[in-house]
Design a protein around this ligand. Structure first.
Ligand SMILES: *Cc1c(COP(=O)(O)O)cnc(C)c1O
Length: 460
């Protein structure tokens, strides 16, 4: 299928963004030329997936689609018990609803924003324990997604150790640059968790991309078939959470899968019924379950993954050539720009990464996502804005959608933004929701000319 792209002028984009309250999430997609907002649910389905859609079994209970889905999860990932959900955060709702009591601490290499929200709305504390290398955007290290194991041991041996019941790893690490987690790190974290009687839970939204990096970068795996790398990677986990909108190349869906603890599985199932529906469809149509079953296998095909990882690396290299500060090494699904280095004159209180994402749209019709002080939200205790160590802008590449020629438009937009970088101003946040505020927040530009557009658009 071919989707036309509408070309826009800078004046049209200024009006559109002003009307959107200077929030690219609020733009109409038809005002975007190159949409790198997310790789979530934006992939193109294969002919096998479209064919699978046609044999979807829409029985309320016990559909054949569910059986095929469960079999794919068992065969590809190694988990026999699975609770489907409408998307990743549905799976998070089911899972954290069952495990979080107020005051519970959940350590992770770095929590994704929806995971953090699910922990915090239940009164838990989402604690990031990245390796120190992860905080240096220019450092080339193979596994910057790893967890700081010493930090984990310190936490579990310390006075707060009792407040932990699960230890998480997000693979690849979406919040921290799409960086992979090594098998060695997964095993060490698993061993520490087990010694302390804690469950290890993996967020495996991008399991295939992580497996690819293990094979490329970790000694001893260069000739291991990818499906085997995946099984070794996931074997130490007690449970996994997955957004099927990523590495199952589906447009919707998610699940929680459990290894051995059947009693825990039944608890999750019972919770799922309340919010997601009967346990053999979980918020999805039968045909969606079939699409996920096909996608879980397709994503491990070598030519696909080689092209995928190579295309994202190509985007990283042309952005670097355009003069951008790119987080190194380039991750699996996205290229991250270091907005702090790009706009050093914009203080964090004025949201430099947000400003950069707006500039990219205005300069070239490119939509990207801020991963900085807006997304970080407020500290639940003090109510103050949180400022993460890095102000990043993520250019996420949808799977099997754009040609590399199209991605070159992103490099042009970056070059245009850099040429006028000194005149780029920050933003004032004027309206926000209590959780996940970045989706709906409204802003006023500190740039006077743009602010006058805001007034014209009647957006404030
Ligand atoms: C996308 C994502 C989620 C949430 O999944 P949705 O399908 O968007 O609800 C959770 N964790 C990670 C790492 C993700 O990338």
């Amino acid at each position: 299928m071919v989707e036309p792209i509408r070309l826009t002028t800078r004046a049209e984009r200024e009006t559109a963004l002003a009307q959107a309250g200077w929030n690219v999430f609020q733009l109409s997609a038809s005002d975007v030329e190159l949409d790198l907002l997310t790789d979530s649910g934006t992939g193109a389905m294969s002919q096998e997936q479209w064919a699978a859609l046609m044999i979807g079994d829409e029985s309320y209970a016990g559909s054949k689609s569910f059986q095929r889905f469960r079999e794919a999860v068992r065969e590809v990932l190694g988990f026999p018990f699975v609770v489907p959900a409408h998307q990743g955060r549905g799976a998070e709702g089911v899972f954290f609803g069952a495990v979080i009591d107020p005051g519970e601490i959940v350590p992770s290499n770095a929590h994704f924003d929806t995971t953090r929200a699910h922990i915090e709305i239940r009164g838990g504390i989402a604690l990031d324990l990245p390796v120190p290398e992860a905080l240096d955007p220019r450092l080339e290290a193979p596994f910057k997604g790893d967890m700081d194991v010493d930090g984990l041991v310190e936490l579990l041996d310390g006075p707060d150790g009792e407040r932990v019941s699960i230890v998480m790893l997000t693979i690849t690490n979406n919040a921290g640059g799409g960086q992979p987690v090594s098998l060695a790190n997964i095993r060490r974290v698993a061993a520490v968790a087990r010694e302390h009687g804690k469950k290890l839970v993996l967020d495996i939204a991008r399991f295939a991309e992580n497996a690819w990096f293990i094979r490329e970068r970790e000694a001893g795996y260069h000739s291991t078939p990818l499906p085997e790398v995946v099984r070794e990677m996931l074997a130490p986990a007690d449970a996994v959470l997955m957004s099927a909108k990523k590495d199952a190349i589906a447009n919707i869906g998610g699940f929680v899968a459990v290894g051995e603890d059947e009693e825990f599985f039944h608890r999750l199932q019972a919770r799922g019924i309340v919010s997601e529906g009967f346990p053999t469809y979980g918020g999805l149509a039968g045909r969606d379950l079939d699409v996920i079953a096909v996608g879980l296998r397709e994503v491990l095909e070598e030519p696909y993954l080689r092209y995928r990882i190579g295309q994202v690396a190509y985007l990283g290299s042309i952005l670097s050539e355009a003069g951008a500060s790119v987080v190194q090494p380039v991750g699996g699904h996205a290229v991250y720009l270091d907005a702090g280095a790009t706009l050093p004159h914009v203080p964090v209180e004025q949201f430099p990464a947000w400003a950069l994402s707006c500039s990219l749209y205005l300069a070239g019709g490119v939509r990207a996502a801020e991963i900085g002080s807006v997304m970080a939200g407020r500290d639940p205790e003090t109510g103050e804005n949180r400022h993460p160590p890095l102000e990043l802008v993520r250019l996420a590449v949808p799977r099997r959608v754009y040609t590399s020629r199209q991605l070159e438009q992103a490099a042009d937009a970056v070059a245009a933004t850099l040429a006028e970088a000194e005149s780029v101003r920050g933003f004032e946040l004027v309206e926000e929701a209590p959780v996940l505020r970045h989706f709906t927040a409204r802003f006023v530009p500190l740039d006077r000319r743009l602010a006058s557009l805001s007034a014209e658009a009647g957006s404030v």
